[in-house]
Design a protein around this ligand. Structure first.
Ligand SMILES: NC(=O)c1ccc[n+]([C@@H]2O[C@H](COP(=O)([O-])OP(=O)(O)OC[C@H]3O[C@@H](n4cnc5c(N)ncnc54)[C@H](O)[C@@H]3O)[C@@H](O)[C@H]2O)c1
Ligand SMILES: O=C(O)C[C@H](O)C(=O)O
Length: 330
């Protein structure tokens, strides 16, 4: 039988012209694996899942790949222990590190996770010199600063995920209280990813109605406190680790904003160089997120109390950073 020659249309198509983004996740634990699922189900790109434990990322990746025919994901996932497989990534998400246990603060993870982060960045960066780095590992703002410092990358290419999660938690608690869909609640949680984070009441609305017209000051304060301790609430339930579904969804939101050049305004841990009156620190602030990373920080007008709370939160992050820098200086 004669083989048909390609139609003129087929001949014009150049498969190499279609570039599928490559997203690497380092740390195939609870957050990393949930994030891989989320990225695949949104068809955001080909995913590489890397872990130090032999067999774990390979097994998880195979399992996820086998779900693809049933769930409509069209991209690939590779599980590996080899950094060469991460080469040419557009986005690298770092979730490697220990989670806390009940009774611990995130800052208690500083020494052990700091060592892991420095090792991971040193191995990943040479293979993907153009990547954006999104940190998830705790203590978040300090791990993000260490990554920026050790990588020598532009600050806009290194950022941390916390505010998207913390804002989603606050939205959830408000929605449950009012009996409305969480999508109707709009808010921003700024500051460090710790007990002093700053839910912005002055920028919180429900279907455009200021929250202060819907709930008493005492109830709002109760929800603010629950948000501030939202991570610990889940750690106390789970006992052996922390939250992962909402953190993964929050991180996928950031990855999508970068890869799709959305310019979405999201609260991310970004490098401050005078914005909000703060200098040389990574802290949660609203940023336009697009293919240039977190290049453009939005300076919201804050009430005097909110500005003071942001400064207190920054002070707490700086104290942990000051402990970290001598530990991890080259
Ligand atoms: N920023 C946030 O909002 C947020 C949310 C949830 C969790 N976290 C943090 O994320 C981190 C991971 O949480 P988890 O629940 O996925 O923990 P986990 O224990 O389930 O997974 C961590 C993974 O990291 C891997 N790992 C350890 N050292 C490594 C190395 N050197 N190289 C590659 N992989 C390595 C482990 O083998 C493990 O698979 C923790 O520090 C946690 O506190 C942050
Ligand atoms: O609370 C933790 O330890 C994990 C994470 O930072 C969270 O907020 O869920």
């Amino acid at each position: 039988m004669a083989v048909a020659s390609p139609s003129p249309q087929t001949a014009v198509l150049n498969p190499t012209a279609i570039t599928i983004p490559k997203i690497t996740i380092i740390g195939a634990g609870n957050v990393g694996a949930s994030l891989a699922r989320s990225l695949l189900s949104q068809n955001l790109g080909n995913v590489v899942l890397l872990d130090i434990v032999s067999g774990r990322p390979q097994g998880l990746a195979l399992d996820m790949a086998e779900a693809c025919p049933l769930e409509g994901c069209t991209h690939h996932i590779l599980g590996t222990n080899d950094y060469q497989d991460t080469a040419g990534s557009q986005v690298i998400v770092i979730t490697a590190g220990l989670p806390r246990k009940p009774g611990m603060s995130r800052d208690d993870l500083l020494k052990v996770n700091g060592r892991i982060i420095l090792d991971v960045v040193a191995k990943a960066l040479p293979h993907s010199p153009d990547a954006h780095f999104i940190l998830v590992t705790n203590p978040l703002d300090v791990m993000t600063y260490l990554t920026w410092q050790t990588s020598g990358l532009l600050p806009s290419r290194v950022m941390g995920q916390a505010g998207v999660l913390d804002s989603a938690r606050f939205r959830t608690f408000i929605a449950h209280e009012l009996g409305v869909p969480p999508q109707d609640v709009s808010t921003m949680v700024l500051g460090g990813h710790g007990d002093l984070m700053v839910p912005l009441i002055s920028h919180t609305t429900v279907s455009s109605i200021p929250l202060t017209e819907l709930l008493s000051a005492a109830k709002i304060q109760e929800l603010v406190e629950r948000t501030r301790h939202g991570g610990a609430e889940i750690v106390n339930h789970l006992k052996t680790g922390g939250a992962y579904y909402a953190p993964a969804a929050a991180t996928a939101t950031m990855v999508a904003a970068i890869l799709q050049n959305q310019s979405a305004i999201l609260p991310v841990s970004a490098y401050l160089d005078g914005q909000y009156g703060l200098q040389d620190i990574y802290l949660g602030v609203p940023c336009h997120l697009d293919r240039n990373g977190a290049a453009s920080i939005v300076e919201l007008s804050l009430t005097a109390n909110e500005q003071a709370a942001l400064e207190t939160s920054a002070q707490s992050v700086r104290q942990t950073l000051e402990k970290a820098l001598p530990l991890f200086e080259a």
